[in-house]
Write a protein that binds this ligand. Sequence first.
Ligand code: GDP
Ligand code: MG
Length: 294
Amino acid sequence: MVMEHKAGFVNIIGKPNVGKSTLMNALLGERLSIATPKAQTTRHRILGLLNEPEYQIVFSDTPGILKPAYKLQERMMEVVNTSFTDADVMVFITDAGEKANIEEHLLEKLNNIGVPVLVVLNKIDTITQPEVSALLITLQTLLPKAEIIPVSALHKFNLQAVLDRVIELIPVSPPYYDKDALSDRPMRFFVAEMIREQILQTYSREIPYSCEVEIEEYKDEEELVRIRAIIYVMRKSQKGILIGHRGEKLKRVGIQARKNIEAFLQKQIFLEMYVKVDEHWRDEDRKLDKFGYN
Ligand code: GDP
Ligand code: MG
């Protein structure tokens, strides 16, 4: 008997920092979506493809659900709203620390969506077994139709259960994307994200949220990939902080980013970085379009 090919969109949503990006990466076995301890690490919708001969799962990682305070965040929430309209399966992640504290309007949306909802209770490595059991009961009361799966995305615990259910739930369909592809995004997008990841890791307070990375040049040569990146900040004082005394801080960002990019591209890179001040990049439609927020 010939197995029919299955394919579907599996959209991952949840509050900031619950582990959406960590879960998607763990399910894919690739580091496609940057994940850091800081909220709002993910700004874009990032598709990650899991390809097997008999199926293609199109995971979609999204920014964390929040109340937008500026235009970039408005765009981020549009991404979340879209993910409610095109899912074959909704994966709603909540984490052990949240104590099932889910807003009413979100519960209502999840209870009324026309597709299966998997609730992933993440970070169970941080709580006790009785606490896990209690949370499972509370979540099931709040989301009676959903199926709840406790996991630890970080420690890759019980992820097979999520994957098995997803494969069962997606419909019979031809693939949506090339079966060799990892994502719908070009390489330079991931390069920019890996630089932004190091900015998130290196600087505190408002700095990461004021930065955007643009890849101005990406040249794939025989021996190496030549990359020129511009980091935009919003104020002159931030430029100073970013660069640091004698350029030490930015150098550190570059060294770590280069390691990660080389591992991702499986090729040597030459990375140049410049810092520019642009007061309004977060609040102008034209600039957000240019940076790929759409
Ligand atoms: P997102 O904002 O929902 O995409 O969350 P991230 O995937 O960026 O993860 C936020 C933080 O939670 C990171 O520091 C992760 O390492 C951490 N994290 C994710 N999953 C787990 C988990 O299962 N256990 C623990 N202890 N930490 C986790
Ligand atoms: Mg994320």
